[in-house]
Design a protein around this ligand. Structure first.
Ligand code: UDP
Length: 509
């Protein structure tokens, strides 16, 4: 046995570095495995390591000396004509030119990472799907590659259904409804407008990349998912049996964060401190506040901001709104943004809105990054208007809160369907059109739709249906906690994978 491993399973984690939605769950997952006795190394850049350093130090020292550390590589940004540290900006993925250059800088890390794998010979590499090249490197070195998917099984099964059966090719017009074939539920209905463009223009752009990711996945040892069995049991079976993948459901990993500082401090500096948000929430009645946030990478038209603002004000319900617009997140534009103006001087908030909301205590507007976990857990928060990113969704599920779904891009319309059609713990705001983060944003949801959905969920219009929805949401939250607790399904999956990796050590020696 390799003495440097102290009889432990050695796991290397390689998160994708251009998105908080990829980085946050991988870091939490790595921490969970370390807490279960694995020797864990997270490969990232110094800037990202810094963002998560506090949590890792806490794990290393206070919490029973977990064997977890970072191995950092500096991203050669200068070589591709970018300023140092720009990979850490929230807006990078939205700037097409910058993200293409960053992809190229990341590809220059392939050799050093391969070298690290050769030296360390870990028991596995947990790789974000965005690094397909790790499949061949791991195969050459005999290291199991385990893919980390930053989404759930339901959306993955929906994607596979579209890929296999192409139901959208059998309809006559964009809004014609079709069912997604071959899924455990037969009520999953879509239309072409809600599908990502890459299903409609096969083999190009992002679609081409996804084919490469899939090819790499098929060569891999298995898959880790930040979900739990009771959330999507039929889809877990479907994924294993129909799609033939080896699977470990280990989440919701965010529940590993127990201390208030860990919940408050995740992946970015908050633009409002946890204490201020909690004091504001303490003044509100239980289930009376709607939390509105669209994740880490939202890009919306100034007029869409206006519609949200009018809709929230007209609903009469208290709200916390993370009103960040990344298309203007550089310093030059910061001033404008704070003055409530969009890119072209367009107004983003109605006259006097922020002042009115602050004075009346009706609304709290967060300009950049909010302590989301703290907010979702507060008893005053009765609903979450979300873009249906997987992390936000699983955080909302874990907090036991019903949602108003407002999907925008990526696989978010599939996740909306999970929440509204399968779990029945949310309602649609009725956004009808998929848009890429790189397309010119436009208004797709009117103020009336925002007002109606908020009044239904928070303002009492939904009556007994909301009471029932809350009951279902709370029940699922209980199941989420049980899954992560000692002896739960996710806890067992983590132990099973560690044991499997250890048993391979003796076979491989
Ligand atoms: N997040 C946060 N504060 C914010 C915005 C986002 O803490 O103001 C966190 C959120 O809790 C989640 C992640 O960032 O863990 C966003 O991931 P998600 O998959 O929901 O969306 P994405 O940003 O990938 O679209």
């Amino acid at each position: 046995m390799d003495s440097s491993k102290d009889g432990k399973a050695e796991m290397l984690f390689l998160p994708w570095i251009l998105a908080r939605g990829h980085m946050i769950p991988v870091i939490d997952t790595a921490r969970v495995f370390a807490a279960h006795g694995a020797k864990v190394t997270i490969i990232t850049t110094p800037g990202y390591a810094q963002l998560f350093q506090k949590s890792i130090e806490r794990d290393q020292s206070l919490l029973g000396h977990h064997d977890i550390s970072f191995h950092t590589f500096k991203l050669p940004t200068a070589e591709v004509g970018l300023p140092e540290g720009c990979e850490n900006l929230l807006s990078t993925a939205l700037d097409r030119d910058m993200s293409e250059k960053l992809f190229s800088a990341i590809s220059k890390l392939e050799k050093p990472i391969e070298q690290l794998l050769r030296e360390r010979r870990p028991d596995c590499l947990v790789s974000d799907m965005f690094y397909p090249w790790t499949a061949d490197v791991c195969a050459q070195l005999g290291i199991p590659r385990i893919v980390f998917h930053v989404t759930g099984l339901f959306p993955l099964c929906c994607e596979e259904s579209v890929r296999r059966y192409a139901p959208h090719e059998k309809v006559n017009y964009d809004t014609e409804t079709f069912a997604l074939p071959g899924l455990p539920d037969d009520n999953i209905k879509f239309n072409k407008l809600k599908l990502p463009y890459w299903f409609k223009t096969k083999g190009t752009g992002w679609g081409q990349l996804l084919d490469i990711f899939l090819e790499a996945e098929l060569k891999s040892y298995g898959i880790i998912i930040n979900s739990f069995y009771d959330l999507e049991p039929t889809y877990a079976e479907h994924y294993k049996n129909e799609m033939g993948r080896k699977l470990w459901l280990v989440g919701p990993v965010y529940l590993f964060n127990k201390a208030a500082e860990e919940k408050a401090d995740r992946g970015e500096k908050n633009s409002i401190d946890g204490g201020t948000v909690l004091s504001w929430l303490d003044t509100k009645k239980p289930n009376s506040v709607i939390y509105v946030s669209f994740g880490s990478q939202v890009r919306m038209a100034p007029k869409q901001f206006l519609e949200i603002a009018h809709g929230l004000e007209a609903s009469g319900c208290p709200f916390i709104w993370v009103a960040r617009d990344l298309s203007k997140s550089n310093e030059e534009d910061k001033e404008k943004r704070e003055g409530g103006e969009g890119e072209n001087g367009d107004k983003m908030l109605p006259d006097g809105f922020e002042e009115r909301m602050t004075k009346s205590g009706h609304g709290l507007i967060v300009r950049s990054w909010a302590p989301q976990l703290l907010i979702l857990e507060h008893v005053a928060v009765g609903g979450f208007m979300t873009h249906c990113g997987w992390n936000s969704t699983i955080e909302g599920i874990g907090a036991g809160i019903p949602m108003i779904t407002w999907p925008l891009a990526a696989e978010q319309f599939f996740i909306e369907s999970l929440v509204t059609d399968v779990l029945k713990t949310g309602i649609r705001v009725e956004n009808e059109e998929w848009v890429s983060l790189h397309w010119e944003p436009k208004v797709t949801v009117t103020r009336e739709k925002v007002e109606k959905a908020v009044k239904w969920l928070i303002g009492g219009d939904g009556g007994d249906q909301v009471v029932e929805m809350r009951r279902r949401a709370r029940e699922m939250a209980e199941k989420a906690k049980k899954a992560m607790d000692y002896g739960g399904s996710s806890d067992a999956a983590v132990i099973a994978l560690i044991n499997e990796l250890k048993s391979r050590q003796s076979v491989c020696e």
